[in-house]
Design a protein around this ligand. Structure first.
Ligand SMILES: [Zn+2]
Length: 78
């Protein structure tokens, strides 16, 4: 839970995080996904959730109004 400014509420509110995996550009098979993960890993950009940075979308959601904001560049992944 994090306190952030919400545009819709017009004030600082509590937000929760949502992480979604993007559709992979490497194809749909498990083997292809594993390859994509390894490429991310050896590129030094593997994240704690096990997906490379360019394969996930990270959102913060206002717990008061439900406004969802895309926020892909969180510093906890760097
Ligand atoms: Zn809000």
């Amino acid at each position: 839970m994090a306190i952030r400014y919400c545009k819709r509420c017009g004030k600082d509110t509590e937000h929760r995080e949502l992480i979604k995996q993007k559709p992979s550009k490497y194809g749909k098979s498990k083997k292809e996904h594993f390859k994509a993960f390894l490429e991310g890993f050896f590129g030094g950009i593997a994240s704690p959730v096990g997906a490379s940075l360019d394969l996930i979308d990270r959102y913060v959601i206002c717990t008061e109004c439900g406004l969802k904001t895309l926020e892909n560049y969180g510093d906890e992944f760097l």
